[in-house]
Design a protein around this ligand. Structure first.
Ligand SMILES: CC(C)(COP(=O)(O)OP(=O)(O)OC[C@H]1O[C@@H](n2cnc3c(N)ncnc32)[C@H](O)[C@@H]1OP(=O)(O)O)[C@@H](O)C(=O)NCCC(=O)NCCS
Length: 159
């Protein structure tokens, strides 16, 4: 990271939406990309927090955390976390993850869960470093032959 560059995070504001679309288009191929409608609906869902990661006044990435699971009301769910290539390995995703954890704790959640493509070694490394543990596998979650690993972090402990 260039000297003086620091990662800050804040909650989503309506004017961030075009930047979110741009990050999504850079970070994921069309086959697994969130639709703009889904992205937009999550940003206005009162039970979802969207955190924006900022470096040098640029929206470098974002994370979305659902605060009320359908099956498990006290388990938060990371919908997505994504960072522009130019800003990777600077701790942006780690900062966003910690903000998601704060949101989940403040909402009274006992755990935070997520899916990750079994081939996405970078994201798997990120999550394991942040204290998430694998709890299972959802076959073909992302489409034919594209399995997802299920990860979870218990929030009842201190970390
Ligand atoms: C995965 C992703 C979000 C990581 O973002 P990031 O801001 O670069 O992550 P961080 O800088 O916070 O990295 C934290 C740790 O994760 C691991 N990690 C992240 N990227 C890695 C890579 N390319 N290779 C190896 N380890 C990596 C490392 O342990 C890293 O710590 P270190 O830099 O001290 O070694 C980013 O690569 C990305 O946006 N990828 C495309 C979208 C995506 O796959 N999102 C996840 C969907 S489940």
């Amino acid at each position: 990271m260039p000297a003086g560059s620091a990662v800050t995070c804040r909650l989503f504001e309506a004017e961030d939406l075009p930047a979110l679309f741009a990050v999504e288009e850079v970070c994921f191929p069309p086959s697994v990309r969130f639709s703009r409608a889904l992205t937009r609906s999550l940003t206005i869902d009162p039970h979802c927090h969207t955190w924006i990661g900022i470096v040098d006044n640029i929206r470098a990435g974002f994370a979305m955390v659902g605060l009320r699971g359908e099956d498990e009301p006290t388990t938060a769910y990371i919908w997505t976390i994504e960072v522009l290539p130019a800003f990777r390995r600077m701790g942006v995703a780690t900062s966003l993850l910690e903000c998601a954890v704060v949101s989940a704790r403040e909402a009274g959640c006992a755990a935070i869960a997520l899916h990750v493509d079994e081939k996405n070694q970078n994201a798997i490394a990120l999550y394991e470093r942040a204290g998430f543990v694998q709890t299972g596998i959802d076959f073909e979650f992302y489409g034919h032959g594209q399995n997802a690993l299920c990860y979870r972090r218990d929030l009842s402990a201190g970390r």
